[in-house]
Ligand binder design. Structure first.
Ligand SMILES: [Zn+2]
Length: 359
């Protein structure tokens, strides 16, 4: 995701912070400072950061469980609405998804138990009406917030954890595609209701959360539809075969001519012997132009060593490689290493539309 910064790496997962999250921390601290002075601002910031630490721990519950099933998590991003762990894929096995979905809330529950014991052990009242009032201790504030996180996450609304639990239970009976459609629809209905309540209560955060749930539910449903449509297909059946390449020693101004002369936006970069050296995307080209100028070479601007896929690779595998590469296209090379096609995201969309029209 753009505008996010890595603050650390734990067990193979980058922990990233989105710039909107940092702005939220600063804004809340400033708001508290104006309202109640420096001490209150510091106190509130500490609470907020510890609260987000609890959220990161929750996400690592999902991440650790996913890694047990061989699913890696390249990164987890902190957004103003919480943490989002980006799993490489969703396991096909409904039982595995169930366990991954439950692992996060299990961590939150463990945190709640510990905080509860700490609060009760020190003789504090845990039944507070306003957890953010000045006289409530940090432990109780964190306790109440984590209870809210737990309850909220267990709503059976996709893509919240509860929605994932619901999907995995439905998937046992009716398969992943239908289960995702149903769970996705429930998630979107929930998001709309939450959004309306947010407007009525004039609660901007609630509206924001509703918006993200709506988007998440939709994108997950379409990701699963993609996977289902591609079942049994190989790269050779759905690659672009009519395309142009660009020599590695060509200048960027030649690349611009090529870009503007047609619809193709990504060009495999080849050496004199026709071997693939990398890929030149439109972004590569624009960035190269502004950094090195039009007379610099394609070699200076391209993404070198773009992963190559083979024609016999499965559709899903190729799609996952394409997604994890972060590139809009990958070259397809046969066993001998010669370039035979391109696998692009646009082509993917076209293919799916065709599949759907055919029923
Ligand atoms: Zn979760």
């Amino acid at each position: 995701m753009r505008w996010s910064y890595t603050i650390g790496r734990f067990a193979g997962t980058d922990v990233k912070v989105h710039v909107t999250f940092m702005l939220l921390v600063v804004w809340l601290a400033y708001y508290q400072y104006q309202r109640a002075g420096t001490a209150a601002a510091v106190e509130y910031t500490i609470f907020f950061l510890l609260f987000f630490l609890c959220i990161v721990l929750h996400e690592f519950g999902h991440i650790r469980m996913a890694s047990r099933f061989g699913v890696r998590t390249p990164d987890v991003i902190l957004l103003p609405i919480g943490g989002v762990a980006r799993l490489e894929r969703i396991p096909e096995e409904p039982r595995q998804e169930l366990l991954i979905a439950l692992a996060g809330p299990a961590v939150t529950l463990a945190i709640i138990v510990l905080l509860f014991l700490a609060a009760v052990g020190t003789g504090q009242d845990v039944l507070v009406s306003d957890p953010l009032a000045g006289n409530v201790s940090l432990v109780v504030q964190l306790l109440v917030s984590n209870v809210l996180v737990l309850v909220f996450n267990l709503f059976p609304a996709f893509p919240l954890d509860g929605g994932r639990v619901l999907r995995s239970l439905l998937a046992r009976k009716m398969g992943l595609a239908k289960a995702t459609r149903i769970a996705g629809s429930i998630g979107q209905i929930f998001a709309v209701v939450l959004g309306i309540v947010g407007v009525m209560l004039q609660a901007p955060l609630m509206m924001l959360v509703a918006f993200f749930i709506f988007l998440g539910a939709g994108s997950e449903a379409s990701a699963v539809a993609t996977r289902m449509a591609g079942r049994g297909l190989q790269v050779a059946q759905m690659m672009v075969t009519d395309f142009r390449t660009i020599p590695v020693h060509a200048t960027l101004s030649q690349a611009v001519d090529l870009l503007l002369s047609g619809e193709q936006r990504e060009f495999p970069v080849v050496d004199n012997l026709g071997r693939t050296e990398g890929i030149l995307t439109r972004d590569n080209l624009i960035r190269g132009l502004s950094r090195h100028g039009p007379e610099s070479t394609v070699a200076q601007a391209m993404t070198p060593a773009a992963p190559t896929v083979t024609p016999t690779l499965s559709f899903q595998e190729a799609l996952e490689r394409l997604r994890s590469s972060g590139l809009p296209a990958l070259p397809v090379g046969d066993a001998g290493g010669s370039l035979v096609g391109m696998r692009t995201l646009d082509n993917n969309t076209d293919q799916l539309l065709v599949q759907r029209a055919r029923g």
